[in-house]
Design a binder for this molecule. Structure first.
Ligand code: GLY
Length: 390
């Protein structure tokens, strides 16, 4: 099954193509999405992507007259850095990439953000094709034009890298989400994408797909066994949902009352703080090597629901039912050795969603919606952190 979802953002409409066998046939799709004839494609490939996919992409692009160069990038938060950005820009210049040429970002969200940002600033902007190869990148990072890198800001409380503080909005010309790429992924990576789908499911009532969360829950087994038809439907429904939110508030400038795109950050204020603290282990399931983004977001959803309940905004039983749902998907909902509250609150104060001096959280509401909350009482934040402590 193949889907085409229009995404209206910025000055143009970009189409997201979702289905099987898309990478090997991407040349004509890319050529028809470009306004002018490109001659070169700079493919930034996540080092986890099997070579067969990058070769197939290069071959298909060659068929429409584009010569490709492939550069591999490690998909770690440490590598989403100024140094990696510089390396890509230098390679692009060495390849003599021109204004009409393209960057193809093939990989997970880290590679999409990094390559997308390089495309945004090289020669003041060249077209980017987002070719996400993880579930998380398909349903979230590749849609909506956010690109960027982390910044290592030095000593003291800022010692851990600040996530996504340098970046640009740069919408892709086309998104190619080939679900065949998901078959080569470890289950942990699929689960991380599921956390973002669950987040979308919690928002879906306000965004035109109220049955999404229940449908997703009913399909956990087929999703985690990478059934292509289920994955294609999952990805297309999530892209459509995100597109509807982004179209209404492209630059995340809606008021707190309206919510807008900021609501997509449900679970992320806690989640970003958790994933930038090194070496945390999620439970249930001992997951070495720190929390991945999707895991941190899942835990953040439980924290956000607990915060909302402490403020009288979220139904009191929602955190417990969310925990059950996330654990059914095999995701952690608590953290071992979580540092003291002050350290986490300090991380959250430096999150990019802080506006002025205020800390901004998104809390879920009954009936699938969410609300922006500014500077809640510290006791309510403490209750939320207590709920995710092992
Ligand atoms: N991942 C949230 C957004 O794109 O706004």
């Amino acid at each position: 099954m193949r889907y085409q979802i229009p995404i209206h953002a910025g000055e143009r409409t970009c189409t997201a193509h979702v289905g099987s066998g898309l990478i090997a046939n991407m040349g004509p799709v890319v050529a028809s999405a470009l306004r002018r004839q490109a001659r070169r494609a700079f493919i930034v490939a996540d080092s986890r992507v099997p070579g067969a996919f990058t070769l197939a992409a290069a071959e298909s692009l060659k068929g429409v007259g584009l010569a490709s160069r492939v550069v591999a990038v490690k998909p770690s938060e440490q590598d989403k850095s100024l140094a990696s950005l510089e390396r890509l820009l230098v390679e692009m210049a060495r390849m003599r990439l021109e204004r009409d040429d393209i960057v193809v970002a093939m990989g997970g969200g880290i590679v999409g953000d990094l390559a997308g940002f390089a495309a945004a600033i090289y020669r003041r902007g060249v077209p980017v094709v987002q070719c996400p190869t993880t579930l998380l990148a398909m349903v979230d990072a590749s849609v909506g034009g956010k690109t960027g890198i982390n910044l290592d800001a030095g000593e003291g409380p800022l010692a851990e890298p600040l996530k996504n503080v340098v970046g640009a909005f740069h919408h892709p010309h086309v998104v190619i989400a080939d679900v065949d790429t998901l078959r080569s992924l470890p289950p942990r990576t699929l689960r991380c994408g599921l956390a973002e789908c669950i987040k979308h499911g919690l928002l879906a009532g306000g965004a035109g797909d109220p049955g999404l969360l229940d449908w997703t829950r009913g399909k956990f087994a087929s999703i985690l066994s990478a059934d292509p038809a289920t994955l294609a439907e999952l990805v297309s429904r999530n892209i459509a949902l995100k597109a509807r939110v982004v179209e209404q508030d492209e630059r995340e400038q809606a008021s707190d009352e309206a919510g807008g795109r900021a609501l997509l950050n449900l679970g992320h204020t806690f989640g970003h703080a958790l994933e930038t603290l090194p070496g945390l282990i999620g439970h249930p399931g001992s997951l070495p090597g720190g929390l991945h983004h999707g895991e941190a977001v899942g835990i953040g959803l439980v924290a956000a629901a607990t915060l909302g309940a402490a403020l009288g905004l979220t139904p009191p039983d929602m955190a417990a039912s969310l925990r059950e749902l996330l654990e059914e998907a095999g995701l952690p909902t608590r953290v071992d050795h979580l540092p003291e509250d002050d350290r986490i609150i300090d991380r959250m104060r430096h999150d990019k969603k802080v506006q002025g001096a205020a800390m901004r959280f998104i809390v879920p509401l009954a009936g699938h919606g969410a609300k922006v909350v500014r500077d809640p009482p510290i006791q309510a934040i403490a209750a939320a952190l207590q709920a995710i402590r092992l």
